[in-house]
Design a protein around this ligand. Structure first.
Ligand code: AHM
Ligand code: MG
Length: 339
């Protein structure tokens, strides 16, 4: 039997996947791979807390607010600290930023500084925690651009097209890791009985066009006329062209984008009269998810510019996000630009 044709075993772990990918790149030092594995250690620890969140009294707010003036829930803080601590000592990173912290996070001086940068949203969609809804952790990795020192803002404020990897952990009906290092998108499902992420979705491709739209339509009256016309268009009767679309919105970015990634569709968090740049953050949410969706064959735009080509100017900058199946995003952009 030709070994090349042997099907992957059911227990194809993330570690094995990374090791075999590395073999294709003889120059790879392995540093980057260990960074990804360290991130999954944090994910496993967070999984433990998420799954017992209803049992122990970990739910609720800490009484403090994050830099966006929103209530911080305990699991957010736990996830933020767990990820930082899983990665601060590894020697792979020179600096981190988190959606939960106003300033950049330096590596403690007792540890060596590495050549990578991590931007992360420790627990996105946290308003879903109390109702047992889906939540996610999102990460974005860059190579540092400063030649030396302990890392600074230029390392963090790089456009998304320079990400060397991005991904998310989704806590849904099962726990999944979805990531890309620029060679497609791969999904791993967590098997808690063996404590491993196992390959479940190899080389995810998103349909060119979908039939689902996901947006907070409660903001409809605050949207631009072009955007309102686009959503009206999706709801109009035209079975020959697949309309009306189906509306699906959990209000948890990873879950909404993940569903549309698999089935095809479009997610929109546009600007509106109250918040011209929408709600989502370029560094922690829009960039990593746009890389994933583009790597799967989809597209992502702020209505005018490709998300990944935007030059970030501040750590917590918000950006309108339109992401999903390529033809759907292109159509949405046409409507938005007509206004
Ligand atoms: P968060 O970072 O405070 O959790 O907010 C981000 C979340 C996304 O997961 C989700 O897509 C969006 O906010 C939902 O916002 P809204 O409730 O306005 O629809
Ligand atoms: Mg978030």
């Amino acid at each position: 039997m030709n070994p090349e044709t042997i099907e992957k075993p059911k227990t194809y772990t993330l570690g094995r996947f990374i090791m075999e990918q590395e073999r294709n790149y003889p120059a790879a030092t392995g540093e980057f791979s260990s960074l990804l594995l360290d991130f999954t250690l944090a994910a496993k620890i967070i999984t433990r807390e998420v799954s017992k969140a209803g049992l122990v009294n970990i739910l609720g707010v800490t009484g403090s607010e994050n830099v966006h003036g929103e209530k911080v829930q305990k699991l957010d803080v736990f996830a933020h600290e767990t990820i930082y601590k899983a990665l601060d000592h590894t020697g792979q990173l020179c600096v981190m930023t988190s959606e939960e912290e106003e300033m950049i996070l330096h590596i403690p001086s007792r540890y060596p500084c590495g050549k990578y940068v991590l931007n992360y949203d420790p627990l996105d969609g946290s308003s879903n925690i109390d109702s047992n809804g889906s939540i996610g952790s999102i990460f974005s990795i860059h190579r540092r651009v400063t030649p030396e020192g302990r890392g600074s803002e230029p390392d963090v404020l790089q456009p998304g097209n320079r990400q060397v990897a991005a991904g998310y952990i989704l806590w849904g009906s099962s726990v999944m890791l979805v990531f890309s290092t620029g060679q497609g998108v791969h999904g791993f499902t967590y098997d808690s009985s063996v404590g491993e992420f196992l390959l479940s979705h190899e080389n995810i491709r998103t349909p060119e066009r979908g039939a689902i739209y996901s947006t907070n339509e409660g903001n409809y009256n605050r949207w631009t006329p072009g955007l309102r016309r686009y959503i009206d268009h999706l709801k109009s009767e035209d079975p020959a062209n697949g309309r009306p679309y189906t509306a699906r919105y959990i209000g948890s970015l990873c879950a909404d984008v993940h569903r549309n990634l698999l089935y095809g569709g479009i997610y929109l968090y546009p600007g509106d009269t109250r918040n011209p740049n929408g709600k989502l953050r370029l560094l922690y949410e829009a960039n990593p998810l746009s890389m994933i969706v583009e790597q799967a064959g989809g597209a992502a735009s702020d209505g005018h510019t490709r998300i990944l080509d935007l030059q970030p100017t501040s750590l917590h900058q918000r950006v309108p996000l339109i992401v999903g199946s390529r033809l759907d995003v292109e159509e949405a952009v046409r409507f938005i630009q007509e206004n």
